[in-house]
Design a protein around this ligand. Structure first.
Ligand code: MG
Length: 262
């Protein structure tokens, strides 16, 4: 099957017309959507994001068109994703691959590594106590350190995370996002989670489309490219594995509205 999107020309500013042209209906595809900075505009804090009122109906419509092959792929927990898009309970990848919910509702996590990680929380709390403005978020299979309100302390926060991760052993690593550092099982990524979902109904035998915006989405772009799918990055032009680009979440939302109506 041909790709449904035209390659997106570099767009130096968002005033251009970088939206991909729709060639074929969406049928035969599976849609994987990052949330923050991709389908929703970034906000000063994860709680402050706004979900347009038509977003849930749009996602329902897309899911109906694709026989349920629409999944969220986020750094948020699955519980937080459900809250944000209630009443939807789509298949979902939470905490950058640390948890996966399949279409039948089963939640897959690595319990052993999750327990190992929990043991490191007191040490982390202690280490960040001297950096005012840094917040620890325990997502069970991942521990995140947010430093959005003190971006100048990012290097220090990273150092702490790296030290704690190396103390936990080689199965753990550090992942940097936008003003957040995560300590997490190294092998669980957005890419590995998409691969996992692609083995199951209703995603199996479909062409994946993944839209993301962050460095934490790069491995998923590569997995989707490897599966012959469509990788789409939202944001300014920077080196990326994604083959397509849209400048803003607004442009992606317009595209989703367009393909839902096609
Ligand atoms: Mg994002």
């Amino acid at each position: 099957m041909n790709q449904t999107l035209d390659p997106i020309k570099p767009c130096p500013d968002s005033s251009g017309e970088p939206r991909p042209a729709l060639r074929n209906p969406l049928a035969g595809h599976a849609l994987y959507l990052d949330i923050d900075g991709t389908i929703l505009d970034l906000a000063p804090s994860p709680e402050a994001v706004e979900v347009p009122v038509w977003m849930v109906p749009l996602l329902q419509q897309l899911s109906g068109k694709l026989d349920g092959a629409v999944a969220f792929v986020s750094g948020r927990t699955i519980a937080a994703i459900d809250h944000l898009f209630r009443p939807l309970t789509f298949p979902a990848v939470g905490v950058h691959g640390g948890e996966v919910r399949t279409a039948d509702g089963e939640i897959v996590i690595d319990r052993q590594l999750s327990e190992q990680l929990q043991a490191a929380e007191p040490l982390l709390q202690q280490a960040i106590a001297r950096i005012r403005g840094v917040q620890l978020e325990n997502k069970r299979s991942v521990i995140a350190l947010h430093y959005r309100s003190v971006p100048e302390r990012g290097r220090e926060v990273l150092k702490i995370a790296e030290l704690v991760a190396s103390g936990l052993g080689s199965q753990f690593g550090v992942l940097m996002g936008k003003c957040v550092v995560e300590i997490r099982p190294r092998h669980l990524t957005k890419g590995s989670a998409i691969r996992q979902l692609m083995e199951r109904a209703p995603f199996r035998d479909r062409i994946p489309i993944f839209a993301g915006d962050d460095t934490t989405d790069e491995d998923a772009f590569e997995v989707v490219n490897g599966l012959g799918g469509i990788s789409l990055r939202v944001g300014e032009e920077i080196p990326t594995a994604a083959k397509f680009r849209l400048a803003t979440p607004d442009q992606l939302r317009s595209w989703l509205l367009e393909v839902a109506a096609a």
